[in-house]
Design a protein around this ligand. Structure first.
Ligand code: SF4
Length: 473
């Protein structure tokens, strides 16, 4: 059998449980030439701030950066939709030579006049960091002239990992927090952090809290509003879902306003219920909240349970590979897939930290491969070697799954179906069932060979210009 090779410098970021001592490295800059699945710093900040629907989002840089992240989350709004218009200063060669500050000033002023946003976020991209535009000064000037917050987001793509982009977004958000009045906010109130309302999930979650008797002051950032962020320091508790992205903000709010935070996940029956119970437990001085929570959990699970059992019987024993942005999502996915009787053979993330990978190690079965900041070749290798039937990931993982001839489930930006909450778990189970049981895979070239995966490995040649086109079609 010819094994697909791993780049030597990448070996320390891959671990196979049960076969070697656990010494995984993570949080490193992506290896040049390895074609990382990880997005850039700018993209990290963009995905966090983008769903704020009444803000102007202006990307200061060449048009490609804006095109790359255009409507990136497709996040839904119950009101304004200014966030879906991505604007760019479209820097050209002349601007690179003479500077882009004037262009930024004019673009910003014009856009604010036309769209009357509640605030504006100005994203710095790679080239802006290189030519040294004083974005901060332009933002200050326009803010003064127009009377709104114009917030620079220091997100030059080259200056770190996607995680640094999350941090830049949290720094910008934190400038808004504390500006609004907290009058009338309930003593049983929370902010939802790290829920982006892709497919309307924030609405599902908010409805659970409403039924529990808990007020949601602000959702950051799904279906987000600038004024809600401004008064979010009036909430009693921060409930953080996408912890990789939003823990920075939760920490800053804890330090400045004394607001505690808890980490939750709204995905899968177990984690969804735990999230609601943990919030109810925080308000233990009002036992009715816990009583109501128990009722909601019972009611919601009883609705979906019979259908989930049918799906479980159909997908039991199938093998899944997971590669997601934040590791916390991987934890929930592993639990949800286990609930369906499936095995996880590969689990990886773009931005996991040491603790995340230790948790993954403890959760996974022997033989599972855990990978940090993977590239397409590594993901393909383990899909083949571990004989996965399903790949769960985002937009960049979809073509890998299809080339391998296996089912794919989008758990990231592109999907339109809510996967959070109890109804979301049923949607997820249905998607898993439909994709893994689709007859189409038997026509995929890779699958025809993967009847014998050893043969597929023998035929696989990662170098271009060969006659073997098995996996490149
Ligand atoms: S910020 Fe830099 S790395 Fe990111 S999309 Fe723009 S040019 Fe590419």
């Amino acid at each position: 059998m010819t094994a697909i090779p791993i780049l030597k410098e990448r070996e320390s970021q891959i671990y196979q449980k049960g076969t070697q001592p656990f010494q995984m490295k993570c949080g490193k800059h992506s290896l040049a030439g390895s074609v990382s699945q990880r997005a850039c710093v700018f993209c990290g900040s963009r995905v966090v701030l983008y769903p704020i629907a009444d803000a102007l989002h202006l990307i200061h840089g060449p048009i490609g950066c804006a095109a790359y992240t255009w409507d990136i989350r497709g996040a839904l709004s119950s009101g304004p939709e200014l966030h879906r218009l991505s604007f760019s200063t479209d820097l050209q060669e002349k601007d690179v030579i003479f500077g882009g500050e004037k262009k930024l000033y004019h673009a910003l002023s014009e856009l604010i006049d036309i769209h009357q946003p509640k605030a504006a976020f100005i994203y710095s991209t790679c080239i802006v960091g290189i030519i040294g535009d004083d974005v901060e000064a332009v933002c200050k000037k326009v803010s003064k002239e127009k009377g709104i917050d114009v917030l620079p987001v220091h997100s030059e793509g080259f200056k770190g990992t996607k995680k640094d982009g999350y941090k830049a977004a949290c720094d910008a958000l934190f400038k808004l927090v504390g500006q609004g009045s907290t009058e009338g906010i309930s003593p049983y109130s929370i902010n939802i952090l790290g829920e982006f309302n892709i497919g309307g999930e924030a609405w599902i979650i908010k409805d659970y809290y409403r039924r529990m008797g808990v007020e949601v002051v602000s959702t950051m950032t799904g279906d987000g509003r600038v004024d809600d962020v401004r008064r979010s320091h009036g909430a009693v508790l921060n409930v953080v879902q996408c912890s990789g992205a939003m823990t920075f903000l939760a920490e800053m709010m804890k330090e400045k306003y004394g607001i505690p935070y808890i980490r939750v996940s709204y995905f899968g029956l177990e984690d969804m219920s735990k999230a609601l119970y943990d919030v109810a437990a925080h308000f233990s001085d009002k036992p009715e909240i816990m009583e109501k929570t128990k009722e909601i959990v019972r009611e919601e699970i009883s609705h979906i349970y019979p259908e989930l059992q049918k799906i479980k019987a159909a997908v039991q024993g199938k093998k899944a590979a997971i590669y997601v942005g934040g590791a916390f999502k991987a934890f929930s996915l592993i639990k949800a897939l286990r609930y369906l009787g499936m095995d996880v053979v590969l689990a990886g993330s773009q931005t996991g930290n040491d603790t995340d990978y230790e948790t993954l190690r403890d959760m996974c079965d022997d033989g599972t491969v855990i990978v940090d900041d993977a590239n397409p070749l590594e993901l393909s290798k383990y899909i083949i070697e571990k004989k996965a039937d399903l790949f769960i990931g985002g937009v960049k993982e979809r073509p890998i799954a299809y080339k391998m001839g296996i089912g794919f489930c989008d758990h990231n930006h592109e999907r339109k179906t809510p996967l959070a909450g109890y109804s979301g778990m049923l949607n997820f189970a249905k998607e898993v069932y439909l994709t893994v049981s689709s007859p189409v895979w038997k026509f995929a070239p890779a699958r025809q060979l993967s009847v014998n995966s050893d043969q597929l490995l023998t035929d696989f040649n990662p170098r271009p210009n060969t006659e073997h086109r098995t996996l490149n079609t």
